[in-house]
Design a binder for this molecule. Sequence first.
Ligand code: ADP
Ligand code: MG
Length: 334
Amino acid sequence: MAQVKGLTLGQLGEFGLIQRVARIFGRPSRPGLVQGIGDDAAVVKIGHNKALVYTTDMLIEDVHFSLKYEGFLDVGWKALAVNISDIASMGATPTWGVISVGVPVGIPVDNVDNLAQGVASLARKYQIGIIGGDTVKSPDRLVVNIALLGEAPANDLLFRHGASPGDALFVTNCVGEAAAGLEILRRQTADGRRQNNDKHLIHRYLRPEPRVKESVLIVKYKLASSMIDISDGLHISVSLLCQQSKVGAIIYLDKIPLNNQLSTINYQHALQLALSGGEDYELLFTVPQRKIKKALALFPHGWIGVITKDKAVKLLNPAGREVIIKKTGYEHFK
Ligand code: ADP
Ligand code: MG
């Protein structure tokens, strides 16, 4: 591997770092791998038309959540929700999970109970068994990691690759709401006020609902040629899907489904939150032309763009002019 002297994590970024470690791990000699590093989850074949889907996501206090405005129940819920979302984005059913926690010694035991309750309540909802884990002391920040298995008929699986020029680009729901909820929570924490009409947005941030039902529909009607979940912002998710599919995309800005209340107050800001805010955990998928009618029947506000041969991701305003944005999404270390 080329040694770049003095290269910092800030220069390399999260994606560059993952590529580096992926080279170190290399391709496994064991047979059965369908999808390794580079998608929302890994996939291995375990039988005739049967695949195991495997993912892990970690939440770190003051990076992914703040106990200033999030409760332990919320943290537990989210730790599982983000993993379920990755399984759902592959078109698979979440099944079994293990959870590891790093807990600062000063945290009251009740709070750890609440964290587990948050995980358990979402696990019950989707009939996921939490069947193991690890418990360790952490110096000063709470750390929660879940590894989650899922399964699917191998033929049903969806990947970030698979999109073709001409496919329509769809999202399952409004984007930008969770990022707006986070902004409200931060503001409220700073000035100590709560406002009732912000409940929906705050809930979208604190208790993301993984789009399992939607994933089931997408698979059932064979709507999609590729899929990814929007964890770090719509723009970056479109870029990642396009990279893996070796295509580009046009996103029509006026087609992005936004929260009405937000877009009425400040449309530009609502749009920015949708494009680069993240944490929505909606699904982004591509639909071949012959399936667009069915996709529109199921997701009437979902059509936001088109896949192109030209490998760039372009944002077009209603006048057909290209719009350039500075921040496209969240990347660790950057
Ligand atoms: P997501 O946001 O969907 O959880 P990530 O951006 O975290 O996906 O990860 C992208 C891909 O890189 C996934 O296939 C993931 O398993 C893999 N990955 C991330 N970090 C590492 C690592 N340290 N070692 C090996 N693979 C990793
Ligand atoms: Mg993902």
